[in-house]
Design a protein around this ligand. Structure first.
Ligand code: ZN
Length: 49
């Protein structure tokens, strides 16, 4: 159970920054990725807090 809690906390911290295609708004895993939906390379980053 402790491991589960640690995993959840770690996941939350990893989500402080999210990346999203500027053209269509599809979420991507990293700023270096191309959009899986439209192929656009212009990825925006957002801080969730
Ligand atoms: Zn896109």
């Amino acid at each position: 159970m402790i491991e589960t809690v640690k995993s959840l906390l770690f996941t939350e911290s990893e989500r402080e920054t999210i990346y999203e295609c500027r053209r269509c708004g599809t979420g991507v895993d990293s700023p270096s990725s191309t959009c899986p939906s439209c192929g656009n390379e212009d990825i925006a980053s957002f801080h969730t807090r």
